[in-house]
Write a protein that binds this ligand. Structure first.
Ligand code: BES
Ligand code: ZN
Length: 457
């Protein structure tokens, strides 16, 4: 089956493809907030109907949380499974958005046209690049070039609680020759990327309690234990002066970068000054003596994601808080064991508690790092296909974020995963005014058409 008419069809159909994406973007499928449960359901229904319109046998599949969408094209050719997530992050702080996050629009910017709205880049726009490539293929050739299964989740942004049970229960149905995911970014605007490793993630929330109620800081200050000070001391102790994490045993299973990967990453000539400059920073702030790319892709981290205690409203209140809390996450690499690290972190906190303080913890999930095996022929085929579409050859890169299913495909279904996405660093994932470049969408669709062609001809 020829590729050129499919690419021509994609070019001609771009306005309609964008309008279809807008329909999906208008549904506020925020998975973490129960107020949007019906919207998550509606997004799943929309996807089922859209897949049916291109000939997939698709259905909405209930879970204890938000539904999955599964669809199959059938056919005898190589069997590919494409995964994406239709849920999005919350929009707050809403006042920082220039427009309604769920009223998507095309905007002209100095760097070109962008699609603005929540979920444009993460992950509805990326998910639809693959669906649109299939639609164009079907329109031109009457059939798809492979036996394709689609698997869409609605809980990725809230830790995927229903995912592994669903994968275990539907093992046969979900197993294919390879899994494809489009939820990552380009290396830069001219260089497409196949991400070959992702970090894992461990989430912890802790609350330290001191006095049994908030106290007048004049009456009690000096003599009473202040849990905000205790929390600050604990957080400050999580890193040493070299930027290394002090949780005992934390670096077990953290591999050194191989010479081969170090050379390949150095060849990418990552411009950390402009990467940091774009967000108003200048100095890499990770472990001393590490390359900036290692800090993002292959070193583990410990970050404070939120911290609260006492009076934070307008004005001033001389209070000594009863409680102090923080949300802390660890990005994990290699074979670091999230459960052991959770235990070691909790013990370290317990051991630092002074008299009259207690601590409670809340588990916010954990996933291990994943490293892709790149020997499956699809990797070389996709690399060549991407290099035909973009100005520069495709790079094998790492990725600092986490997509737990990439590990589950290997562990539960024994499948390799190929991560190819078209996002950019300035897309504003999880931030106000999220966008996806129209060129990411357009060239993303064309890229998938080329990859499907390369994998099946
Ligand atoms: N699309 C991202 C993951 C990503 C971003 C990978 C950038 C590589 C580069 C995904 O939707 C995401 O944000 N995942 C969460 C993890 C989840 C368990 C909440 C993350 O990485 O924080
Ligand atoms: Zn995502």
């Amino acid at each position: 089956m020829t590729l050129d008419p499919v690419l021509a069809r994609i070019d001609a159909d771009l306005p309609q493809a964008t309008e279809r994406l807008f329909e999906l973007l208008r549904i506020p499928s925020i998975s973490t907030d129960p107020a949007f449960k019906a919207d998550c359901d509606r997004a799943a229904d929309w996807l089922v109907a859209d897949l049916k319109s291109i000939g997939f046998d698709a259905s909405k599949r209930p879970t204890p949380g938000h539904p999955m969408v599964v669809g199959h094209s059938g056919g005898d050719a190589a069997h590919l499974l494409f995964y994406g997530h239709y849920d999005v992050q919350p929009v707050d702080p809403l006042e920082l958005w220039d427009n309604d996050p769920f009223d998507p629009r095309i905007e002209e910017t100095p760097k070109g046209k962008v699609i603005r709205g929540r979920g444009t880049a993460d992950d509805k726009g990326q998910l639809m690049t693959f669906v649109e490539a299939c639609r164009a293929w079907k329109a031109v050739h009457g059939t798809l070039p492979a036996n394709i299964s689609m698997f869409f989740e609605g809980e990725e942004e809230s830790g995927s609680p229903s995912l592994t049970p669903f994968m275990e229960e539907n093992r046969a149905e979900l197993t294919a020759d390879i899994a494809l995911i489009s939820d990552t970014s380009l290396f830069d605007e001219n260089t497409p990327a196949i991400m070959t490793q992702l970090r894992g993630l461990l989430g912890e929330e802790l609350t330290i309690t001191g006095p049994s109620r908030d106290l007048h800081s004049g009456m009690y200050g000096g003599v009473a234990m202040n849990p905000a000070r205790v929390l600050a001391r604990i957080i400050a102790a999580l890193h040493d002066d070299e930027g290394r994490i002090t949780v005992p045993g934390f670096y077990e299973g953290v591999p050194e970068l191989s010479n081969e990967l170090a050379a390949a990453w150095d060849d990418l000539k990552f411009d950390h000054e402009s990467f940091l400059g774009e967000v108003g920073l200048s100095e890499p702030a990770g472990e001393k003596g590490r390359r900036p790319l290692e800090m993002i892709w292959s070193r583990p981290t410990c970050e404070v994601n939120g911290i609260w205690s006492g009076y934070t409203g307008d004005g001033f209140k001389t209070v000594l808080p009863s409680k102090a809390s923080a949300k802390i996450s660890f990005r994990l690499v290699g074979t670091q064991n999230p459960h052991e690290i959770r235990k070691a972190f909790r013990k370290m906190v317990q051991d630092m508690l002074p008299a009259d303080c207690s601590v409670s913890f809340k588990d916010h999930g954990a996933s291990k790092a994943s490293v892709m095996t790149t020997t499956h022929p699809a990797f070389a085929q996709a690399r060549k296909a991407l290099s035909d579409e973009w100005p520069n050859a495709a790079a094998f890169t790492g990725g600092g974020g986490s997509i737990p299913i990439a590990g589950h495909f290997k562990e539960i279904l024994d499948m390799d995963t190929m991560l190819i996405g078209f996002g950019k660093d300035d897309d504003g994932l999880h931030s106000p005014n999220e966008k996806y470049d129209l060129s990411s969408f357009h060239k993303g669709i064309r890229s998938w058409a080329r990859i499907l062609h390369a994998m099946t001809s």
